[in-house]
Design a binder for this molecule. Structure first.
Ligand code: URA
Ligand code: SF4
Length: 217
């Protein structure tokens, strides 16, 4: 089975994890991507933000959320009053999955499969174990499925803080201990960019992220 576990060093700090993840072959996604894009932010972050996977820009630059979706996220976090110094930003899957169009010029994002999400989960678990966040933010369906299981749907529970680990304790309890944290689910910021009504989508994202700011007070 696909599995990153054999590549995750025990007792490593975040920098050591990042270095080890660069050589992960836990699933086939490393083959076509440029590089592993590991999480970044404060090791003592109170908020762990989980996206889907690196996009085209992130894959080229090697850093999470540095493309168009990242700019939406940065603006929304700022407006919601979440201090960037208290955040750590990562992805459910750490390699870019894409198909090629227009004779190789355009790389089109493809959603990761459940198998790829499960394979990559040990990296997220290792990040979470070190950071021990107070609030976990699931940005979109892939993050939600990775954190809460495959039946997760954004529309069912967005913007409502819930105890974490919650209904899928077997996935995260060993990482987080007994639930002192909460999880807030929202849309993926790239959904704002794809929407017909961008203002309404953005307003929804902002409203959900205000719940994160509330939880930190
Ligand atoms: N979308 C994501 O989910 N993650 C990134 O890092 C960039 C875009
Ligand atoms: Fe490893 Fe995750 Fe990349 Fe797959 S996507 S190779 S599990 S880091």
């Amino acid at each position: 089975a696909y599995d990153a576990s054999p590549y995750v060093p025990e007792g490593a700090d975040l920098d050591e994890l990042r270095a080890a993840a660069a050589d992960c072959h836990g699933c086939p996604l490393y083959r076509d991507a440029t590089q592993t894009v590991f999480g970044e932010g404060a090791p003592s972050a109170r908020v762990l933000l989980v996206g889907e996977q690196p996009g085209d820009q992130e894959d080229r630059q090697g850093h999470p959320f540095v493309g168009p979706a990242g700019r939406v996220l940065e603006r929304a976090l700022g407006e919601a009053g979440v201090d960037p110094g208290e955040t750590y930003v990562t992805n459910a899957v750490k390699h870019f999955k894409f198909t090629v169009r227009d004779g190789g010029k355009k790389r089109i994002h493809k959603p990761p499969s459940l198998r790829e999400m499960a394979a990559c989960r040990p990296w997220l678990a290792a990040e979470m174990r070190l950071i021990r966040p107070e609030v976990v933010v699931a940005l979109g369906a892939t993050a939600g499925k990775t954190l809460l299981g495959p039946s997760f749907r954004v529309s069912d529970r967005r913007g409502v803080p819930e105890p974490f680990p919650g209904e899928k304790p077997e996935l995260w309890r060993h990482v987080m201990g007994e639930g002192r944290a909460c999880l807030v689910a929202t849309i993926h910021p790239s959904a704002v960019l794809r929407a017909d009504d961008r203002d309404a989508m953005y307003a929804g994202l902002l409203s959900d992220l205000r719940r994160v700011a509330d939880a930190l007070r």
